[in-house]
Design a protein around this ligand. Structure first.
Ligand code: TXA
Ligand code: MG
Length: 378
């Protein structure tokens, strides 16, 4: 593969609170000049080049390019060194854009999605549609699957960028493949500076974990990836058609096969080794025991503890971060704190408190069990 062209990556500030979408209006009103100018620069880049750019969504930052253009999509894979067999989500700014640009003329959205779309869009829910030939969508987006995944992001910057360019954007998370997803523009800069021309900086992401991916084309429907919309909400809003939704054992596109510590395919992983502690009370004994049994030299290496609901401070660790206690707070802070202790505090070992798998807990534990090289369960 040819190496990416060198870029001097520009960070462009945008103010999400100055972008407003009125109901049924395709284009937003933008009340801040700098925000409007920078959004137009970004839209122009997407329309006139095949470069991928970084932008905020309510879940995590995305790395976007036109879903209709092979070269743009290839730029995405190249910038983040993503394996080509993992399909991308296409982002739209409105239902009419979805119909106009992606779906075949006259295609009716399956009824199983109606309540979900009404309630969760714009928002962190991704749904699958059949990919019918001849499709306008690049085959690099779908990785040759017979379906394609779509969501309408809620973040005003993401929506405005898609609306102004009138391009459905293929966008994975804007991290280097295997790293934790970025929830701040500086995380995108850390991973992709020099590899893409620009990043729109719209502040921190409110949700903090990626969208929930569901397949309503299968019967019964399947939850492919837990995320910003919980399984409980999905069932409650979806009603009868979603009450028997099956939770996929493995996240879609995830090819991890070996559970042996140190051998699995890496995902959401900082440089430091992550040890996930499940059901370990206040954590003190579990941390002490791990250190003792593994001969960890606390004088020689730096250790972090990410605690949430039950863990207390441990005298054996050097850096402690509190993820918060509500599911929403833990989700929002998870990737940010993993990056902070790894990239700034430069720790070698990270202990993380596990949470129960209800509500936001399912997505949190899904990400943590992938980030972890070892899981200690009591
Ligand atoms: O919140 C999000 O979804 C973020 C932001 C940027 O929108 N995007 C994101 O994209 O997380 P990515 O590429 O990191 O994850 C896409 C997920 C993968 O698990 C992939 O396997 C699944 O969606 N996916 C995409 N297309 C699919 C398809 N046709 N069938 C099954 N799964 C699909
Ligand atoms: Mg990702």
């Amino acid at each position: 593969m040819s190496s990416s062209p060198p870029f001097s990556t520009t960070l462009l500030k945008v103010k999400p609170e100055c972008i407003h979408f009125a109901k049924d209006q395709p284009l937003p009103t933008i009340t801040d000049e700098e925000t409007e100018r920078n959004l137009k620069i970004a839209a122009h880049e997407l329309l006139t080049t095949t470069n991928a750019i970084g932008f905020p969504t309510e879940t995590v930052y995305g790395l976007g390019g036109s879903a209709l253009c092979d070269e743009s999509v290839k730029s995405i894979y190249r910038a983040k060194s993503r394996p080509a067999d993992n399909p991308l989500i296409t982002h739209v700014s409105s239902i009419s854009q979805l119909q106009r640009k992606l779906l075949p003329a006259g295609y009716e959205i399956p009824t199983i999605y109606h309540k979900l779309i009404d309630h969760f869009w714009p928002g962190p829910l991704t749904i699958l549609f059949p990919n019918v030939a001849p499709s306008p969508i690049s085959s690099y987006v779908t990785a040759n699957q017979d379906t394609f995944a779509v969501r309408m992001p809620q973040h005003p910057v993401a929506r405005a960028l898609i609306a102004l360019s009138d391009l459905p954007l293929a966008a994975p998370s804007a991290n280097s493949s295997t790293k934790p997803s970025p929830t701040m523009a500086q995380h995108v800069m850390h991973d992709l500076s020099g590899k893409i021309p620009l990043v729109l900086d719209g502040g921190s992401c409110a949700v903090g974990v990626e969208s929930t991916v569901v397949d309503g084309l299968s019967s019964p429907p399947v939850l492919l990836r837990p995320g910003g919309v919980s399984l409980e909400e999905l069932k409650r809003v979806g009603g009868d058609e979603w009450k028997d939704v099956v939770v996929a054992k493995r996240t879609a596109g995830d090819d991890e096969k070996v559970k042996t510590p140190g051998m699995k395919y890496k995902h959401y992983s900082p440089k430091a080794k992550v040890v996930l502690l499940i059901n370990c009370g206040d954590g003190n004994e579990a941390v002490a025991e791990y250190i003792r049994e593994n001969g960890v030299d606390v004088e020689a290496i730096r250790i972090a503890l990410l605690k949430s609901r039950k863990f207390t401070e441990s005298p054996l660790v050097h850096v402690t971060r509190d993820l918060g206690s509500s599911g929403a707070a833990i989700a929002r802070n998870l990737f940010k704190c993993l990056r902070e202790v790894d990239e700034q505090e430069k720790v070698d070992l990270i202990f993380v408190e596990g949470v129960d798998e209800s509500d936001e807990g399912l997505a949190i534990m899904n990400r943590l069990s992938k980030a972890a090289m070892e899981v200690i369960q009591r």
